[in-house]
Design a protein around this ligand. Structure first.
Ligand code: ZN
Length: 404
């Protein structure tokens, strides 16, 4: 039953299915932001504030945004972001503010706008107490992920901007990241769509159906992705903490970045085991496999240069070590127990190693000691590297032309 459903419906993913037309008054503001014309922004925003109630947008927040734009003081704006009061009752929101991205270590600020809807994809259990239970204490707060659909935007969020995660510390007055992470689901769905063919190529049929079943039907895709990301963030918050690591510059190479990704995944799966039914844990593992093997493994930087490719390699290594992943003579892969419970079990050892590494990391006198801890704890044999290329990377060569 599951197999038939999977085959019937996973072939086409339409990322635009949720997008809706942008009301004229909102469009005018977005155009003004795109034109970088501050008097035009003020006029159009004033007009929008009058119509806000009819359009389901919170009038108070828009008025506040207009004041912040005029004064350059973004304290109130930051507060509204933290308290989620920027979202209207039916989920619509418009944010107009400067947003800072850092790409390749270079920071750039641009007045930006995003008009979208918040999706309700189910409650995430309280993760902080579970992480605390595993490690004794948690250094950082776990950011809450708010799934959204972007309908239109300007600045960094214009057109096909490719911004999948809009992070709180990109906005003014939220330097510590203590605000919501907006997860742009339209972007995520587009990314995931390209992974389906890769997963079918890499795995035997029962395993591919199982893994892709975690994203079928589409409503399940979004809630699974959302849950997986939320647990992954809990993994990052454990140990020395991600912001600590960024601040001290320890994640400065693909190797350290990928170990951090692998560690967060391993911790996340254990947190999930303590919070969710085993079947659901398996769907989160499946979701992770789709991202790591279906997308990350095929990024252009290849195994020597790219953090994401290395993250996929570390997951591959852990799955092989578990004895739950088999390699066929024709270089395709299959799970020994192709059930969601089986997938959960296949990552038990990975979780145990990731938890041990996290505990060691918590004993370090300072974050930079991670530079000696990670290389002495995590290594992937050359033979496994070769096998990863043969089974995951090479069979999908040419599938992805534009993944960076
Ligand atoms: Zn991560």
């Amino acid at each position: 039953m599951l197999n038939l459903e999977t085959q019937a419906t996973t072939t086409s993913i339409n990322p635009t299915f949720l997008s809706e037309t942008t009301p004229g008054a909102v469009r005018d503001v977005i155009d003004a932001v795109e034109n970088r014309n501050s008097s035009q922004i003020d006029t159009t925003l004033t007009r929008l504030i009058e119509q806000a109630d009819d359009l389901g947008l919170p009038q108070g927040f828009l008025a506040e945004s207009r004041r912040c734009l005029a004064s350059g003081n973004w304290q109130d704006f930051a507060h509204s972001l933290r308290s989620l009061s920027f979202v209207g009752e039916d989920g619509h929101f418009l944010i107009v503010a400067p947003y800072t991205t850092s790409r390749k270590g270079k920071q750039e600020t641009l007045l930006s706008a995003i008009y979208g809807s918040r999706l309700s994809l189910g409650e995430i259990p309280a993760l902080h107490p579970i992480v605390e239970d595993i490690f004794g204490h948690v250094n950082e707060s776990i950011p809450s992920i708010v799934p959204v659909i972007r309908h239109s935007g300007a600045g960094w969020f214009a057109g096909e901007s490719g911004e999948a995660f809009i992070v709180p510390n990109g906005w003014p007055e939220l330097p510590h990241g203590d605000g919501p992470v907006l997860n742009n689901m339209s972007e995520q769905l587009g990314r995931v769509a390209v992974a389906f063919e890769a997963i079918r190529t890499i795995f035997d049929e029962p395993s591919a159906n199982l893994v892709l079943g975690a994203y079928t039907p589409q409503a399940r895709l979004m809630s699974t992705l959302h849950t997986e990301y939320s647990f992954h963030e809990a993994g990052h918050a454990s140990g020395a903490g991600l912001s600590q690591k960024f601040a001290s510059g320890v994640l400065n190479s693909p190797f350290y970045g990928s170990v951090e990704e692998w560690r967060s995944d391993g911790v996340a799966f254990e947190v999930a085991r303590r919070a969710l039914p085993a079947e659901t844990v398996g769907t989160l593992v499946a979701s992770n496999i789709i991202t790591r093997f279906g997308i990350d493994a095929h990024r252009r930087g290849t195994i020597h240069l790219d953090t994401d490719v290395n993250s996929a390699l570390l997951l591959f290594n852990s799955l092989l070590n578990s004895g739950m992943l088999k390699v066929y003579p024709d270089n395709s892969l299959g799970f020994v127990d192709p059930t969601y419970k089986g997938l959960s079990r296949a990552t038990e050892m990975m979780s145990a190693s990731a938890i041990a590494l996290t505990r060691q990391e918590m004993q370090l006198p300072e974050p930079r000691a991670i530079w000696t801890l990670y290389p002495s704890t995590i290594s992937v044999p050359d033979s496994v590297r070769k096998l990863f290329l043969q089974t995951v990377v090479n069979p999908c060569l040419g599938f992805f032309r534009e993944l960076r």
